[in-house]
Design a protein around this ligand. Sequence first.
Ligand SMILES: [Zn+2]
Length: 135
Amino acid sequence: MKQEIITAAEFKQSLGTGHKPTKYHAQKVKDCPACGFTHDSRAEANRCRELHALKATGAVTHVDVHPSVTLERGIRWKLDFLVHLPDGSMRYEDVKGYETEKFKLQLKMYLTSGNPIPLHVVKRDGTEKFGGERE
Ligand SMILES: [Zn+2]
């Protein structure tokens, strides 16, 4: 009987393609069709498209892409969007697949900065939460 010998790499491959990489590699999206800017991830570009679609319906009046806010000691923090609503209110949005420690710290600094505009963290799956909420 002939025995088949496969390499470790082949064996790994034979385990199937259902395995997703554990680490999330963000893919930049250049020349976004909705705003013309570069987005740091596909999720951010998708949210941009959604926001501009909402703008077309009138649910959103204006979208600023990549606004920056000032944190303590003059640290600038670049967010993904500043969304203007028809009632005159605004909200910042940041799209995050995974909240890093750095992000959590920046968020904490933002919440204590006295900026009255709420910050929503938009997850890659489309769920949204107010930045000040505890999980
Ligand atoms: Zn865009």
